[in-house]
Write a protein that binds this ligand. Structure first.
Ligand code: ATR
Length: 279
């Protein structure tokens, strides 16, 4: 579809931005729903971050996604935060209000849970404890959304224990910090295992985790999606665990922001998944 001079504008701001799949994703939906709009990559160098965020209303943008390294800067720069962005202390989507003010949102936790539910419809939060590996921004979204969903206990293991302790203290609730050397014991009786670290990503070593103690009834999710089948997911599938890959988190986190900017509720379909992965 050719965009007109009235096109609704949004984009994704980051540095670097060349590997982002979000333009493919949002422009697929724009075309599918026949919307006169465009979603563009915004490659903003670090010293221009704040200026670029503040320029969105002047340029007529309806908003933008925010990725590395701007999620915290956006959190500090916007005029208002939705409750989830407040809890995440990070913004992944900015919506420009009618009066030109900036609202910061965070849909990463939503994307994580929707992906888990779509990939494993009979997963139940009540089934038992979840083990979460990692303590970065992605881990925060995962832990908060699991607790909100009603998981009885989150066992949090991170190579650097202090980061896990900090995160657990900030989030509150039923989070147990597990020492890195005890991470495999923590798998006993777990109903869900989530890797939020970069281990297993193309170019990185696999996550160092022996799954022997994990019940075969547990669901295993990796938020890494390049490759789609990480060594962790391959090992889990080989021993009979149900596995959920990570691409759906990206697809689902985009839905609420697309709806806010472009006024249509987009669907995640197998075709969309294929199209985004091909890019
Ligand atoms: P994000 O905010 O995107 O989650 P991050 O803050 O860089 O990214 O976090 C990356 C996670 O991967 C961290 O939990 C990190 O552990 P540390 O806190 O100890 O750095 C984890 N990680 C990175 N390399 C790792 C490795 N070789 N083994 C285990 N965990 C690793």
């Amino acid at each position: 579809m050719i965009i007109s001079a009235k096109a609704t504008l949004a984009g994704v701001m980051g540095w670097p931005i060349g590997h982002s799949r979000s333009p493919r994703l949002h422009n697929y939906w724009l075309q599918q729903y026949g919307i006169d709009g465009a979603y563009v990559p915004l490659a903003v160098p670090p010293e221009r971050g704040e200026q670029a965020i503040r320029a969105l209303p002047a340029l007529g943008f309806r908003g933008c996604n925010v990725t590395v390294p701007y999620k915290e800067l956006a959190y500090r720069t916007v005029d208002r935060l939705d409750p989830m962005a407040e809890r995440m202390r990070a913004v992944n989507a900015i919506v420009v209000a009618g009066d030109g003010s900036l609202e910061g949102r965070n849909t990463d936790g939503f994307g994580f849970l929707e992906n888990l539910k779509a990939g494993c419809p009979d997963w139940s939060a009540a089934a038992g404890p979840a083990v979460v590996i990692g303590a970065g921004g992605a881990a925060r979204a995962v832990v908060v959304s699991l607790l909100d969903a009603g998981v009885p206990e989150v066992r949090l293991a991170n190579r650097t224990r202090a980061r896990a302790e900090e995160l657990a203290a900030e989030i509150g609730g039923a989070v147990t910090v597990v020492d890195w050397v005890s991470r495999e014991t923590a798998l006993e009786g777990a109903a869900l295992l989530v890797n939020t670290t970069t281990q297993g990503m193309a170019g990185q070593p696999p996550l160092d985790l022996d799954l022997r103690a994990l019940p075969v009834t547990a669901v295993v999710n990796d938020i890494v999606y390049v490759p789609l089948t990480t060594p962790l997911l391959a090992a889990a599938a080989a021993r009979g665990n149900r596995v959920v890959d990570g691409i759906g988190m990206l697809l689902h986190q985009a839905r609420p922001a697309f709806a806010a900017w472009f006024g249509a509720e987009p669907q995640v379909t197998p075709e969309l998944r294929r199209f985004v992965l091909e890019g």
